[in-house]
Design a protein around this ligand. Sequence first.
Ligand code: UD1
Ligand code: CA
Length: 450
Amino acid sequence: MSRTCLTVILAAGEGKRMASATPKVLHKVAGLPMVNHVINTARLAGATKTAVVVGAGGDMVREAVERAGADISTHEQRERLGTAHAVLAAREAIAEGFDDVLVLYGDVPLIQVETVQKARDGLASGADLLVLGFRTNDSHGYGRLLEENGELVAIREHKDATEEERTVDYCNSGIIAMRGDRCLEVLDAIGNDNAQKEFYLTDSVEVSRAKSMRCFAVEVPEEETLGVNDRSQLSEVETIWQSRKRHAMMLGGVALAAPETVYFSHDTAIGRDVTVEPNVWFGPNVEIADNVEIRAFSHLEGVKIASGAYVGPFARLRPGTELAEKSKVGNFCEVKATKVGEGAKINHLAYVGDATVGEKANVGAGTITCNYDGFAKHKTNIGPGAFIGSNTALVAPVSVGENANTAAGSVIHQDIEADALGIARAHQVNKPGLAKRLREKFRKLKEQRG
Ligand code: UD1
Ligand code: CA
């Protein structure tokens, strides 16, 4: 029997310290807005629905998260009156009735699925409220978790704490799981008689206990509870995210000789026995099958690569590119929106965009698809087995037939039929002795000038 769960994600913070026109929770980690990381984690931890609480004027956040799926609702907290008040902005969603209500934060994106599950497991085994806590050497500013006989009896905000309570190093992450059927009853009973005159979500512990409910704290790694307030903290979170992903990639069969120099996107998917050399960057939407080699300093986004393919060094693969089995894109090549067929090669110094390259075709060094006329993009089709001579300009729209060739240095603007050779360059004329005569003439002129 699986329990239903509502996740409430607080995302009402303005994020002034980000110094940005973009709301804080939309700043990205591994190419995905922080709030979307939290939404995904909640889903993987079994959330039935997710309610995102946005601040006044939170239209950008609202739009971004509503796009994430039909299981997401947004709720506006018009005035910032505290964390309990913020959760109550989602009253309508809570009132729908869920077994568990889980509170997460749009600016705390490193929380792991297993950790969230631990909180839900606590509710499943009979606790009424669970708080995720962490221990730290620098507890200043955090709410302190006060326990007695293994039960959580209160969370004391730093500003309200006594000197003795401030010596407690067990801190509130803010993440809390409550039984859904009594959630509103508890939140509605919270007042604001405290140092900040705020409605504290943390008071739900004492309120629950007064109603004979049992509360517990679960210790989790501090790292997972890191919140982002400025761009420096955002980069710290990115660093941790990347190191987790590198580790997972290596355990999954990817060889990384210098893992700390490789950057993954939130959705990068790579098979086994893939080698990624140093200084490679993966943007969103990259999928790589087994036995692929990605050599140093390559930059990939929106790309699908089949097994046995070979990329780089210094290759740039842009969105819409698909490399078939055993195909090859070598150094200083840019490939965009192009299907490269099985065993085809684009080995050196080329731009291939809006094209298809047939099986076993060979695209020579310096080949350029002239795909853009300043107004529209046009297609280039290179047939199977075709051989594009070095420094060919393919003026699109244009087709090179199966097993056809182009002569090096050609500007090809007419289709070439199968098995034909297209030559589009001036005829060569050799003038016997002319180089020598010119050399002598220029030498004399130089002597006369002194
Ligand atoms: C809160 C906790 C504290 C915990 C700390 C962890 C309370 C009362 N205190 O303190 O015990 O150790 O987090 O970082 O809960 N928010 C709203 N609307 C509001 C107020 C806050 O959406 O009216 C959001 C903020 O944007 C932020 C989060 O809730 O994402 C926490 O609020 P913040 O004011 O930073 O809480 P702290 O005082 O740090
Ligand atoms: Ca506060």
